[in-house]
Design a protein around this ligand. Sequence first.
Ligand SMILES: [Zn+2]
Ligand SMILES: [Zn+2]
Length: 237
Amino acid sequence: MRQHIDTIPVWDAFKTDCECPLCVLRETNENNYVQTFTGGSVMEPDVRVEVNMKGFCARHFRLMMKSEHRLGVALMAHTYLKQSMARLGQTNMAVQSVPVKGRLFSKKAPEAGVDLSALTDTCILCDRLNDTMKRYVYTAIHLWKKDSAFRYQLKNSKGLCLKHYAELLKAAPEQLSGQELATFTDELNETEMKNLARLEQEIEWFTLKFDHQNADKPWGNSRDALPRTVEKLRGRE
Ligand SMILES: [Zn+2]
Ligand SMILES: [Zn+2]
């Protein structure tokens, strides 16, 4: 797999004090893409075609609607609606023109149900973001392999959210093998388990602080343990 390697954002994210550096990267890039699509700059014709074809998921339409450029979002929504209507029309035509034996023009209900996922489950922004995140996962493993300072940084980090932890583990065999892969997996597992244990203590103390006997005791690191635990379990999105 040939990849464009952009190590600086990955380094910056892994130096951030957070529960998941890949979530930090995802959030930054998501915001950048939202700005790109709502920034009012002229879109390349091929991007415009892709926007009309794929549209945006609910989350990304919502994020874009919060921008100042609601007219631009409305124009894209209008075009995407018209395009969706045209494609729905074609689907309905295809369904209705199924020939029924002996009756030339009879309509027939589809036997397998109509699959509209190509219309309802697409988002150009999700596609862009997922591609970018795949590159960052690749880059993180690449850095671990080539740069001992990054290896140290990862080992002494607070780990990742479970989703991105799983993504790193899954992607590692594409770039590492043998003893190197075993070492990467061991180190990542150790860091992750150590930090899950840390967080378990922090969220427990958060719950115990509700007991009036603990009201005057210090919060320690537990004041924001709930959102951090949720982020660790499910990511930041
Ligand atoms: Zn994450
Ligand atoms: Zn999306």
